[in-house]
Design a protein around this ligand. Sequence first.
Ligand SMILES: Cc1cc2nc3c(=O)[nH]c(=O)nc-3n(C[C@H](O)[C@H](O)[C@H](O)COP(=O)(O)O)c2cc1C
Length: 153
Amino acid sequence: MSDDSLLMHRDPQTFQFAAGDSLGYLLYRSVARPGMQRDDLDLILQHARDSNRAAGLTGCLHHEDGLFFQWIEGPRFRLFRLIDLLSEDDRHLNFTVLDQGPLQQRLFGDWEMRFSDREAASLLDWLAVRRSQAGTGQDDAENITAFLRSMQG
Ligand SMILES: Cc1cc2nc3c(=O)[nH]c(=O)nc-3n(C[C@H](O)[C@H](O)[C@H](O)COP(=O)(O)O)c2cc1C
């Protein structure tokens, strides 16, 4: 099965989650609130992990140069609820959905919310290389997903 066959549908920005407990995913980018400290991040992660465990959500959060990139997967009605909360959360700005849709199987099933930052690996450097290789029109969502998956240890 190719990686792409796991991502059945691409339609950023329009939230098309149906009610029900079928699996879905969300990939978004946002800008961390200015002045965010490591303690603030730890609180976000701690709460996210507790609450994701209860909701059956898994995924990963990457923080680099004041940007967040997050992949969240799980029952679509839970995702739908979380999108509302995330888009209202003033600890980050410019909440931008990069990709979303139904999912056949989880990519991060072992993680309530894995965390990575530039010290682990640079997503922005990865994107710069991919963009220069592919020229314009390259799908960032696909590259970001590939980066996040490559970080699974
Ligand atoms: C960058 C970032 C990532 C977050 N990730 C999650 C998450 O994975 N799961 C979650 O439940 N809340 C996450 N949150 C928090 C939600 O935006 C929201 O504050 C929280 O779900 C509200 O929970 P409560 O209703 O229990 O207070 C995140 C917040 C930020 C700023």
